[in-house]
Design a protein. Structure first.
Length: 179
């Protein structure tokens, strides 16, 4: 009997380093910033003894999952085990989560009934307060909340697009487009 030794053939995937690093930096910064914004929103709602809308914990969890996914990508890349299939599935799941959050944030920010943007225009932008007093401090807090809503919307849009981009890029890596 002859002994046959099977040779393990490992397929190597060629990731475009610049695009992958850019994607990691943008998605990590957007996810971490949204995590901070929506966590702060939950603290403000709690401090005001108001109910917390489902969007705030949803986006905090989605942002935390985004940060965790980036760390998984970094670990897999350092072990030379960054497989396109894993990235496609993870990116698709996070794309759907971010898209859902983006839709709800846009409804809250620009919706028809009592939207945040109109309230910001009426009560904050058109009513600036000056001086060293409690009204100015309240105005600064309201202005911060309005700016956080707009920032969160913009970063959710960027993250949604970047997760779609990662799905396409992973598919291209799987097809050996980047040799």
């Amino acid at each position: 009997m002859a002994k046959y030794r099977s040779r393990e053939v490992r397929r190597r995937y060629h990731w475009p380093e610049l695009q992958l690093n850019l994607w990691i930096m943008v998605v990590l910064s957007c996810s971490a910033t949204c995590l901070g914004i929506f966590s702060w929103f939950m603290v403000v709602q709690n401090q005001l003894h108001l109910g917390t809308p489902w969007l705030f914990p949803y986006m905090a969890v989605t942002s935390a999952l985004g940060v965790a996914f980036i760390f998984v990508v970094l670990i897999l890349a350092s072990c030379h085990f960054l497989l396109p299939g894993i990235i496609i599935i993870g990116s698709f799941i996070l794309f759907v989560l971010w898209l859902t959050g983006l839709i709800e944030t846009s409804l809250q920010l620009y919706g028809v009934v009592a939207n945040v943007n109109d309230n910001c225009q009426i009560y904050v932008t058109n009513n600036k307060s000056w001086g060293n007093n409690l009204n100015t401090l309240a105005w600064l807090t309201q202005s911060t909340i309005c700016n956080c809503w707009k920032t969160a919307f913009a970063l959710e849009l960027v993250n949604t697009i970047f997760y779609l981009w990662m799905i396409v890029m992973s598919w291209q890596v799987n097809r050996d487009v980047y040799d």
